[in-house]
Design a protein around this ligand. Sequence first.
Ligand code: NAG
Ligand code: NAG
Length: 671
Amino acid sequence: MAMLVIIIFFSFFICPPQLSLLASAHPLDPLSPAELWRVRAIVKESVPSHGKNLTFQYVGLQEPDKPVILSWLSGHTTKSPPRQAFVVARLNRKTHEIIVDLSTNSIVSDQIYRGHGFPILTFEEQDAASDLALAYPPFLDSINERGLKVKEVVCESFTIGWYGEKKSKRVVRVMCYYLDGTVNLYMRPIEGITVTVDLDAMKIVGFRDRMKIPVPDAEGTDYRASEQKPPLAPSLKNIRVIQPDGPSFSLDGNSIRWANWKFHLGFDMRAGPIISLASIYDVDKDEDRRVLYRGYVSELFVPYMDLTEEWYYRTFFDAGEFGFGLCAVPLEPTKDCPENAVFMDGYFAAQNGSPGKIPNVFCIFERYAGDVLWRHTEEMVPGQVIREVRPEVSLVVRMVSTVGNYDYIVDWEFRQSGTIKATVGLTGLLEIRGSSYTHSSQIQEEVYGTLLAPNTIGSYHDHFLIYHLDLDVDGDANSFIKSTLQTTRVRGAGSPRKSYWTVQSETAKTESDAKVRLGSKPAELLVVNPNKKTKMGNPVGYRLIPGLSATSILSDDDYAQIRGAFSKYHVWVTPWNKSEKWASGLYVDQSRGDDTLAAWTRRDKGIENRDIVLWYTLGFHHVPYQEDFPIMPTITGSFELRPTNFFERNPVLKAMPSVAVNSSNCRVVPH
Ligand SMILES: *[C@@H]1O[C@H](CO)[C@@H](O)[C@H](O)[C@H]1NC(C)=O
Ligand SMILES: *[C@@H]1O[C@H](CO)[C@@H](O)[C@H](O)[C@H]1NC(C)=O
């Protein structure tokens, strides 16, 4: 969930520009503040004056078609593709999809969306809904009856999902917490009260105070350094990252070059970071070779497992309901990112269309953690000891999205070896259910979680991120190959061995062939270009190296699961389609699962030797433990995309060893 209370400190709003906008450098650059102002003016002008209820729910770049970008990139067209914006607006209780052309200052199309589901919620309406509760007499009575101080109550709006209702209104539930002696409001839920707000009418349409449960104590919940009492943990000495000659990467607007990589980095208020046009320089071929046309987090599904009245609907979609980019927070130099990082700002449209800025939304830095890229010691050569070691230095792009209680640290890491590694770190605060229990021995019923502290239950839940990975391995025509490792029994007397394993490869023909749930059998998952072969005759490819990752174990007919159906498989492959961007649909709030990756793939389209998109689910089942209280140490998940017969040989053979820098490090004195 998103919470304005915090975000407002970070995002400041910008004044209209004095001059008209500068030309944009790259057709995939996100909309600049000047462009956002123009979009706002053009849309507002098109709306009759009675349309004063116009709200901007999403504004982003209307991405030029892929062939247009590729042709521009190859230099066949020198003219930049037209700059366009895609706007989702609410006007008089209707959702409008508007495409604005910024080169002609006109509206290209304005369509009313009539399907299921509603757009991303704005911070402003979530905040207004919470304010309604805090001014609602029956709610205030409930607070007083609990002996709580109204000025210590903070509230947050929660999306409510869909449970088979015939009609849906844009409704949220407001849930409240208690400060009074802590900043860790999530550890102090005020249970039992449900306030329902109709966002379009901006009115309370439901109120219920079902039960009184003690609010957990503030004691021990604060996580600020200033509030910690001795004894403190053993402290560490200062640590620094020094690049005496400066960084090895360069930024040209949103285009980044580092070592053998180049790519474009954009910010989107829904997806957060978007990596585009990543290509790698092949030293043997003396050419840049395409790898990833586009990569981003398409959705993030977080269903809770608690069936009580105040909890069952908590099945959040953090990108489609709250905006994964919109919830990004400014990164703090030397804390969120090392001291050698550089930062980039991000811009979004506020509810009234004016641009807001998230300063330092991304950091970009070279990482050296003392790891080894490759090495060997050879003592068999007579008279010599050969030792060759190359350090692993990589380039990291980072964003942190704080979606209410949870903090997601999203890293895209580029390695000289050709690997792209995507990592997500989960930290922040659990969502806690208040309870009357103070010891686990008292619990005789299903409480859907773990008792972490007195009156404090950490609820069971999942996190499923799905990455949209439009790999273009050496060109757009690609195929997906699933290779399974098969145990083979040895029969006959040919070998003293009884078994071995071998590789059986299968090219997926259609979308249904490519749905993979990992686990039982070892598998290699490759995206290859069947039209390009190495000198050895192997198709050039990239392979997905999954990390530990969960898929959903909810029933297929559970309403939340229908909406988040992508979470059933680790891997999906679809033919590239401009409108298939969001794995749980374009309109996720109260969606019904009819515009999802699972629904699209039911058509079972062909995926062989064509432009395909690989989707990967990075999932976590989260059973809370006491160490997650009062704030969770980061837990990470990741996957890699690694070149696979892409190069003729080790692409970092010719990476030179690093030059020793005069060490300023003091030695550890043994005692
Ligand atoms: C416009 O918004 C106000 C409150 O914000 C509401 O009372 C009114 O019904 C809305 N009008 C329409 C046509 O939606
Ligand atoms: C692209 O995807 C949309 C949504 O799934 C679908 O309606 C459309 O038919 C697809 N286009 C093609 C060419 O398959």
